[in-house]
Write a protein that binds this ligand. Structure first.
Ligand code: CA
Length: 223
């Protein structure tokens, strides 16, 4: 998943980024309010971790502006001054979760997983569609119970498509989720990746909608 971390404390940022990247995420980092606001306003993130005490615009103001602009990505707020008043303010401003400092990066990662799941309308820790099961915590994929070895990019692609099941996802969106901004923008990259993933899975799961993108059908019809 592509995530945004807004944190001006370099040591905390380093630890959190290392853990999230080790778990297969792509992490953008902002260290001040203006940059955070801009990134969150123009990019699509699966979730955002937002520190409240920031140079320039503070975190609460950033969050309010995102929400006023109709940005709905899940936001987990971090704060050193974890008083109940601040929690209430944060939640009123549109935060989806709140973690007081100091915290364990592992707890942050677990809360992010829950947030991403909830925002995608998935209540279960392991995603299962047809014969394919994907465990985001263990970064494991199995088909009919047999594990499949995927590269980090293949895993991220499958994770994203499974979370978005029922929707046709354009290759440009997949590129952005998988590679961020700086990397290759050739849609061919996604075609090649999907091809490899299909071969490794060995089952019909990902369909191509020519001219539109890729989709995985939901197998439990939404209520
Ligand atoms: Ca801070």
């Amino acid at each position: 998943m592509r995530l945004l971390l807004v944190e001006d404390d370099r040591r905390i940022a380093r630890d959190v980024i290392a853990l999230l990247e080790a778990q297969g995420h792509l992490v953008d980092h902002a260290t001040d309010g203006e940059d955070a606001w801009f990134k969150g306003d123009v990019e699509d993130y699966a979730a955002v971790v937002l520190d409240l005490g920031l140079p320039g615009m503070d975190g609460l103001a950033v969050l309010k502006r995102w929400r006023e602009n109709g940005r709905t990505m899940p936001v987990l707020v971090l704060s050193a001054r974890g008083t109940w008043k601040e929690r209430v303010e944060g939640i009123d401003a549109g935060a989806d979760d709140y973690l007081p400092k100091p915290f364990e990066p592992e707890e942050l990662a677990a809360r992010l997983r829950a947030l991403i799941r909830r925002s995608a309308g998935q209540g279960r820790p392991v995603l299962e569609i047809g014969d394919v099961a994907l465990d985001p915590r263990a970064m494991r994929v199995s088909v009919k119970g047999v594990p499949r070895a995927l590269s980090p990019q293949e895993f991220r692609l499958l994770d994203y498509l499974m979370l978005q099941a029922g929707r046709v996802v354009p290759p440009s969106e997949l590129l952005e989720q998988l590679y961020g901004d700086e990397d290759s923008r050739e849609t061919n990259t996604i075609e090649v990746l999907v091809g490899r993933l299909r071969k490794k899975l060995g089952v019909e799961l990902i369909s191509t909608r020519r001219g539109f993108g890729y989709t995985i059908e939901r197998d439990d019809p939404a209520p």
